[in-house]
Write a protein that binds this ligand. Structure first.
Ligand code: PLP
Length: 390
C-alpha cells in the first residue's frame, strides 16, 4: 500500500523505533521511582527533553511532555490568561478541532472568542486579523501550519501584532516541526509539538512554555505532579524516547528532507495534471508545508468514494478527526469552497520516506479510479472548466 497519509500519522523513523525498542526491551522503571531503575527511566526522559529542547531552541525547563497535541493545545488555552481587561481569545477559522474546541470552551466560560476568517488561499484575512488583536486580547492561538492544506500563516507578523498588543501567542506547530523549521515560530510564547507528525510514535507530544507562562497554565490532569505539576501521570517513557529521537532527526535533517519532499509533491501534482483530469491545488501560490497536497477533483466526484475504490493508496479527504463524518471539511469551506467542492477533495500527504515510485504509482492508481468513476457521472455534473494549477 502506498502511504500518503503522513499528516494523520507519519511513518515511524528507524531512529525513533530504535530508541523505543531500547526502552521496551530494557528493565522496568517508573521515572518517579527512587531506585536505580527509576533513575534510569528518568534519565531517558531527560535525554529526550534535551533533544526536543534542542529542536525548539529553548531550555529544557520549557518542555512539558503531554500525551498528544490535543492535550498540549488544551493546556495552552488556559483560562487564567483572561483578566478583567483582557477577555478576548483570537483563533483562525482553519484551526484544528483541538484548538477550536478548547477556545469554544473558554468562550462558554466568558471569553470573547474572535475567529479570524481566511482568504481563499487559507491565509488569515489581514484586516480581520489586525482588528481582532488589540489591548483587550488575552491570547492569540494560530496554527503554524494547517493539517489539511499545509498553509502556513506568517507567524513573524502575527507575533508582532500579538506582542505589540501585549497578548500571549500560542502556535500549534504539530504539522511543522518534522521539517525542523524552528525559525518560523521562534517568537511564539507557547508552542505545541507532536511526535507522531514528525516520524516519532503516537502517545507523546509537548507544549513549549517559558517558566513565567507555566505559572499561569492550568493542568488538564492533576495528580502526582509530574511535568512541573502541569501534566500529572506517569510518563510514557518509550514514546518520549522515540519522540526525542524524532526531534533530533528533524533538527539534523528536517530542512534537507523538506526540499526533497516538496519536489515529490510537485511531481505528484504534475502527474495528476498530465493525466488530463481537471484537478486543482487548493493551496497553490501560498506559503505552505512541503508534504501536503489538498487536491480538488472534478465536481461530482467524491473524495471518499475515490479512495474507497483505490485500495492501493492510503490517503484522506481531510483531517483524520473529521473522517467518517458526513460533514464536508470546515477548513475548505472557510476557504470559500462549496460543499460539493469540499467533497470533491483529496488530502495527499507525503513523508520523508515517500519515493518517486510511490508518487507515480499513486497518481496512476488514483487517476484510473477517477476515470472509471467519471464514466458513470453525467457529463453536466462534471466540472471541467477549472484551470489546472501547478
Ligand atoms: N493540531 C494539528 C495541526 C493536527 O494536525 C493534529 C492532528 O491531526 C492535532 C493538533 C491533534 O493531534 P493528536 O490527535 O495527536 O492529539
Amino acid at each position: 500500500m502506498i502511504y500518503l497519509d503522513s499528516a494523520a500519522s507519519s511513518p515511524l523513523a528507524p531512529e525513533a523505533r530504535a530508541a523505543m525498542l531500547e526502552v521496551l526491551g530494557g528493565p522496568p522503571g517508573n521515572p518517579g521511582a527512587a531506585h536505580e531503575l527509576g533513575r534510569q527511566a528518568k534519565r531517558t526522559v531527560s535525554a529526550a527533553r534535551e533533544q526536543v529542547a534542542d529542536l525548539m531552541r529553548v531550555g529544557t525547563g520549557a518542555v512539558l511532555f503531554t500525551s498528544c497535541a490535543t492535550e498540549a493545545n488544551n493546556l495552552a488555552l488556559s483560562e487564567s490568561f483572561l483578566t478583567a481587561d483582557r477577555r478576548r481569545i483570537v483563533t483562525l477559522a482553519t484551526e484544528h478541532a483541538s484548538v477550536a474546541q478548547a477556545a469554544a470552551a473558554l468562550s462558554s466560560r466568558g471569553a470573547d472568542l474572535w475567529v479570524v476568517p481566511v482568504t481563499n488561499q487559507g491565509q488569515p484575512e489581514p484586516e480581520a486579523l489586525a482588528e481582532a488583536i488589540n489591548d483587550q486580547t488575552a491570547v492569540v492561538s494560530i496554527q503554524a501550519a494547517n493539517n489539511e492544506t499545509g498553509v502556513m500563516p506568517d507567524m513573524a507578523l502575527i507575533s508582532e501584532l500579538a506582542h505589540d498588543a501585549g497578548a500571549v501567542l500560542h502556535a500549534d506547530a504539530s504539522q511543522l516541526m518534522a521539517w525542523g523549521d524552528a525559525d518560523r515560530i521562534a517568537l511564539c510564547d507557547l508552542i505545541t509539538v507532536s511526535s507522531h507528525k514528525m516520524y516519532g510514535p503516537q502517545g507523546a507530544a509537548a507544549l513549549i512554555a517559558s517558566r513565567r507562562l507555566q505559572s499561569q497554565l492550568q493542568p488538564v490532569l492533576v495528580g502526582g505532579g509530574q511535568e512541573q505539576g502541569l501534566r500529572s501521570g506517569t510518563e510514557n517513557v518509550a514514546a518520549i524516547a522515540g519522540f526525542g529521537a524524532a526531534a533530533q532527526l528533524a533538527k539534523t535533517s528536517g530542512a534537507a528532507a523538506s526540499s526533497l519532499v516538496a519536489a515529490l509533491r510537485d511531481q505528484l501534482l504534475a502527474a495528476m495534471v498530465a493525466s488530463g483530469i481537471s484537478v486543482r491545488d487548493h493551496a497553490a501560490g501560498t506559503v505552505r508545508l512541503p508534504n501536503i497536497l489538498s487536491l480538488g477533483l472534478p465536481l461530482g466526484l467524491d473524495g471518499e468514494v475515490v479512495l474507497a475504490h483505490t485500495p492501493s493508496v492510503a490517503a484522506s479527504t481531510g483531517s483524520a478527526c473529521n473522517a467518517g463524518t458526513p460533514e464536508p471539511s470546515p477548513v475548505l469551506k472557510s476557504m470559500g469552497l462549496s460543499e460539493a467542492e469540499a467533497e470533491a477533495t483529496l488530502r495527499l500527504s507525503l513523508s520523508r520516506f515517500t519515493t518517486e515510485h510511490d508518487v507515480d504509482q499513486a497518481a496512476r492508481a488514483l487517476t484510473a479510479t477517477m476515470r472509471s468513476l467519471m464514466t458513470s457521472i453525467e457529463p453536466t455534473q462534471l466540472h471541467q472548466e477549472e484551470s489546472l494549477t501547478i
